[in-house]
Design a protein around this ligand. Structure first.
Ligand code: PHE
Length: 459
C-alpha cells in the first residue's frame, strides 16, 4: 500500500471528499437547475433524494473503496467479481465526460476572477460574447487543467489534502457574507419565495430527473470517485459519520448558494424573476451586477475574491474527477503516477473542446443535437451533462448498490462499515442502509433511470 499513498488523517479525508463534493455543482449548477426546474419544488425533491437515496450509495462507495484499497475497476476485481467491473468502467467513462465540460466552466470562473479584478462588471451582460471568445476562455481552461494535473501528480496527502483544508472554510464564510448582503436588497423576498415556497404543480418527470442527477452530481456519486477516495481511508475511521458530514456540508453549501442567488436575481429583475431559468449562464450573468452595486472598491475586492474561491472549490472537484482514471491507470495499467496524470489530462482536455466551442463559437456544437420531439436544439455541453450526470451517475449508483447488496452481499458491507464504528451492527442505521441498498435504492433508481432517459432525450 505504501506506494499508493493515503490520507494522513481522518479530517484530511473528510475535507478532501467534501472538497470533491462541493464545487461548481453547488454554486453554479444548483442555482440554475433550481431556476430551470421552477424553484422550491425542485429544491424539495433534491433534498429528499440527497438524504434518503444518495447517502446509502455514498456509504457503499466509501466502504468498497476502503475494503479493497483500489480504484473503481480494481475494487470489483479485488472483491473477486471481475465480471462486474463494467460498473467501474462506466464510472471512469462518466469521469472523463464530466471533467471534460467541468473544466471548461471552471475556466470561465477563473476568467471571471480576472475580469472582476479589472473592474469589468459589464461582463455579466456580455456573457455570450465572453464564452464565444474561445482563445481566451480556452486559455483559462488550459490553465485549469494544468493546475488540476499538477495537484493530482503530487499524490494524496501532499496535494489534494492540503489544498482542501484552507480553501473550503474560506469559501463558506464568503458565501454567507453575500447571503446576508443579498437579503438586505429590495425585492429579496420575491426571490426567497421562488426558492423556498414550493409549487408542486411544477414537478414533471423531467424536473424530478434533473433533481436526481443534480443530487448525484453534487455529491460526487455514481462514478466511483468515493470508491477511489475511500481507498485511501484508514480502517479505524468511522465512515458513517464521515459520509454524514460530507452530505451535510455539500447540501448545506448548495442550499446557501441558493439563498445567495435568488434574492439577487429578484433584485436585478425587480421581483419578476425573469431569467431565473436561463440555464448555465445564470451565476455568470447575475453576480457581476450584484458586485457592481457594492461600489468600485468593494465590488472589485468581493467580486474577485468570490470567483477566486469558486475556482478553488472547482479545483478540489476537478482533482477528484481526474484522480479516478489516474488511480485506474496506476493500479491496473501499471503506469507511473506522473505519466498517467498528464496523459489522462490531455485526453480529457481534448474531449472537452466541443464543449468549449459549443457555447456560441461553433454553430455546429452550439446547436449540437435536437432530441426527439424537442423544439430547440441542445448544445454539446448540456448534452454531455444530460448523458453523464443525469443518466450515467444514477445508473452507476443503482448498479453499485445492487452489486453490494446481492453479489458482494450486505453482510460483507456491514462488516466493512463496522470497522471503525463498533455499534453499527444491529443499529437502526444498519437497518436503514440494508433496506435502502436491497430494496429502496435499486427500485427508485431503476425507475428514475428509465424515466430520465424518456423525459430527457425524448421530450
Ligand atoms: N461534486 C462536484 C461538484 O459539485 C462534481 C463532481 C461530480 C466531482 C462527480 C466528482 C465526481 O462540483
Amino acid at each position: 500500500m505504501a506506494s499508493r499513498g493515503g490520507f494522513s488523517s481522518k479530517i484530511g479525508f473528510i475535507l478532501a471528499a467534501a472538497g470533491s463534493a462541493v464545487g461548481l455543482g453547488n454554486i453554479w449548477k444548483f442555482p440554475f437547475e433550481v431556476g430551470e426546474g421552477g424553484g422550491a419544488a425542485f429544491v424539495f425533491v433534491y433534498l429528499v433524494f440527497c438524504f434518503i437515496l444518495c447517502f446509502p450509495v455514498m456509504l457503499t462507495e466509501i466502504a468498497m473503496g476502503r475494503k479493497t484499497s483500489k480504484n473503481p475497476v480494481g475494487a470489483f476485481n479485488a472483491l473477486g467479481y471481475k465480471k462486474w467491473n463494467f460498473i467501474g468502467k462506466l464510472g471512469i467513462l462518466s469521469g472523463f465526460l464530466i471533467l471534460s465540460f467541468y473544466n471548461v466552466v471552471a475556466g470561465w470562473a477563473f476568467g471571471y476572477f480576472i475580469e472582476m479584478l479589472s473592474g469589468n462588471f459589464e461582463i455579466g451582460n456580455q456573457f455570450g460574447d465572453y464564452t464565444k471568445d474561445v482563445y481566451k476562455v480556452g486559455g483559462y481552461a488550459v490553465v485549469f487543467m494544468i493546475s488540476t494535473a499538477f495537484i493530482v501528480s503530487k499524490g494524496i496527502s501532499g496535494g489534494i489534502e492540503k489544498a482542501s483544508k484552507i480553501l473550503m472554510p474560506t469559501l463558506i464564510i464568503m458565501i454567507i457574507g453575500i447571503v446576508i448582503y443579498s437579503l438586505t436588497l429590495p425585492h429579496a423576498i420575491d426571490g426567497l419565495s421562488f426558492y423556498l415556497v414550493p409549487d408542486f404543480s411544477k414537478l414533471t418527470a423531467k424536473v424530478i430527473g434533473s433533481a436526481m442527477g443534480q443530487a448525484f452530481f453534487s455529491l460526487s456519486l455514481g462514478m466511483g470517485a468515493l470508491i477511489t477516495y475511500g481507498s485511501y481511508v484508514g480502517k479505524k475511521d468511522n465512515i458513517v459519520t464521515s459520509a454524514a458530514f460530507i452530505t451535510l456540508t455539500d447540501v448545506g453549501i448548495a442550499f446557501i448558494a441558493g439563498l445567495m442567488m435568488f434574492p439577487l436575481v429578484s433584485y436585478l429583475t425587480e421581483g419578476t424573476m425573469e431569467g431565473a431559468g436561463q440555464g448555465a449562464g445564470l451565476i455568470f450573468a447575475v453576480l457581476p451586477g450584484a458586485f457592481e452595486s457594492l461600489g468600485p472598491v468593494f465590488g472589485v475586492i468581493i467580486g474577485s475574491a468570490f470567483f477566486l474561491l469558486l475556482s478553488f472549490a472547482a479545483l478540489t472537484s476537478t482533482v477528484s474527477l481526474l484522480e479516478v482514471p489516474v488511480a485506474y491507470a496506476v493500479d491496473e495499467l501499471n503506469l507511473r503516477r506522473t505519466k498517467a496524470v498528464w496523459i489522462v489530462a490531455a485526453i480529457i482536455f481534448i474531449i472537452g473542446l466541443p464543449s468549449l466551442v459549443g457555447n456560441g463559437y461553433s454553430e455546429f456544437f452550439t446547436n449540437f443535437i435536437t432530441y426527439f420531439g424537442a423544439e430547440q436544439p441542445t448544445d454539446f455541453m448540456t448534452f454531455i451533462g444530460h448523458l453523464a450526470s443525469d443518466t450515467f451517475l444514477p445508473l452507476g449508483g443503482c448498479l453499485i448498490v445492487i452489486f453490494a447488496a446481492y453479489v458482494w452481499k450486505k453482510e460483507n458491507l456491514s462488516e466493512e462499515i463496522s470497522s471503525g464504528y463498533e455499534g453499527y451492527k444491529g443499529s437502526i442505521i444498519e437497518k436503514y442502509i440494508n433496506f435502502a441498498i436491497t430494496v429502496f435504492c435499486p427500485i427508485v433508481l431503476a425507475i428514475m433511470f428509465i424515466s430520465t432517459v424518456l423525459s430527457k432525450f425524448f421530450n
